[in-house]
Design a protein around this ligand. Structure first.
Ligand code: PLP
Length: 382
């Protein structure tokens, strides 16, 4: 790698690879080496790198209008809000755009607290909701929170079980925030009984049930939203990552009961809803609207999990659609991920000492899934 890093802050442990080009599920580094991408920028490049429709939409919109701000309407913004609202939480849903997942979570927390005129936020152990102060306060991980104390008051967490949720949510609770599939802690699909208990507890105590679909939404699990494969519909939902085809975006969808909570002046941000990003997101939604693509995500996910379960040294395999992880019986996940990148040119991610996560672009081919399994077999065979 020719790049010398003297000036970036040290908060990422980056690998010694610099990527220069991408197409579908493939990346090329600056030396021209081809890599197979089974991470997709952590579930961002869901429609693949540089999808031609996304590139064309960005180019066309950039030549017309790039920014005007949120004191005015643009057609791409209004149309995208309408598409997201119509395909999420039901009639009357309204959308607030953000630049990132964490900001969408902030918007959800503020909305729920305003509706309840205060109140606590309950999140689940193992959750990850982002790095801004509200989102971090809802991310009950000592290593991420401790250096930045004091956090925002009024945040509690409980185990992701029906009994614990039922006990934790009470009349003071403004919001119960959860990921239907926990991503950063190693891909844990929450059971239906947990989600049903969450819905019932929120209904009983007048709290907002917030689903964070920043990672698990937008086709990743084989349905457009992860909640569509569960018996539960949330009151508020966040999305981000994959929505902009690689450009920064997030959104809060406020279902009918919360759609009118925000009033002028309550909340805002300079960049969100910008026409170029909106144009990219329209192109992404066009790609993901294809039922056959979602069916393929489910099929390829099953095929991938079956293949992973056969690999030497692999214990538990879990996931839904193309959001998957496996545990190594002897640990060493970070080392395997490093070797996969440097020796086999396969891009993966370790969520902890024993767990490897796979989030390929949803347009990955069956041959590429088999190729990834072959590369992993070579790495894991003693
Ligand atoms: C479930 C979930 N919520 C929120 C976030 C934060 O999103 P961002 O990094 O865009 O702020 C992430 C990021 O990984 C996430 O996985």
């Amino acid at each position: 790698m020719s790049i010398v890093d003297d000036h970036l802050t040290a908060n990422y442990a980056r690998y010694p690879v610099a990527f220069a080009r991408g197409e579908g599920a493939r990346l090329w580094d600056e030396d021209g080496n081809e890599h197979l991408d089974f991470l997709a920028g952590i579930s961002v490049s869901n429609v693949g790198h540089c999808h031609p429709a996304v590139v064309a939409a960005i180019q066309a919109q950039a030549a017309q209008l790039i920014h005007v701000g949120n004191l005015f309407y643009t057609e791409p913004m209004v149309a995208l809000a309408s598409r997201l609202a119509r395909h999420s939480l039901g009639d009357g849903t309204r959308v607030f755009f953000t630049n990132s997942g964490a900001e969408a979570v902030e918007a959800a927390i503020k909305c729920a607290r305003k509706a309840k005129q205060g109140g606590d936020v309950v999140s689940l152990n193992g959750a990850f909701h982002g790095r801004t102060y509200g989102a971090l306060s809802a991310t009950p991980q000592e290593s991420k929170q401790a250096p930045f104390a004091p956090l925002v008051p009024g945040f509690r967490s409980c185990e992701p079980t029906a009994a614990a949720i039922t006990a934790a949510v009470d009349d003071r609770t403004a919001a119960l925030l959860l990921e239907p599939v926990q991503g950063e802690s190693g891909v844990w699909v929450l059971d239906d009984d947990v989600l049903v208990a969450a819905r019932e507890a929120c209904d009983r105590h007048g709290a907002a049930l917030v689903f964070d679909e920043v990672q698990c939404g937008l086709g990743r699990t084989g349905s457009f939203w992860a909640f569509e494969q569960t018996p539960v519909v949330p009151d508020l939902m966040t999305t981000a990552k994959g929505l902009g085809g690689g450009l920064p975006i997030g959104a809060l969808m406020a279902g009918p009961a919360y759609a009118d909570v925000y009033a002028p002046g309550d909340h805002g941000s300079t960049f969100p809803g910008g026409p170029v990003i909106m144009a990219a997101a329209h192109a992404v939604l066009d790609v993901l609207a294809d039922e056959a693509l979602l069916a393929r995500v489910r099929d390829l996910g099953e095929h991938l999990r079956a293949g992973l379960a056969e690999l030497p040294g692999v214990g538990a395999v879990r996931g839904r659609g193309l959001m998957n992880a496996f545990d190594l019986t002897e640990g060493g996940a970070p080392d395997l991920v490093r070797r996969a990148l440097l020796e086999e040119r396969l891009v993966l991610n370790a969520t902890g000492p024993v767990t490897v996560r796979l989030l390929p672009p949803l347009v990955v081919t069956a041959e590429q899934v088999d190729e990834a399994l072959a590369r992993l077999t070579r790495l894991l065979t003693p």
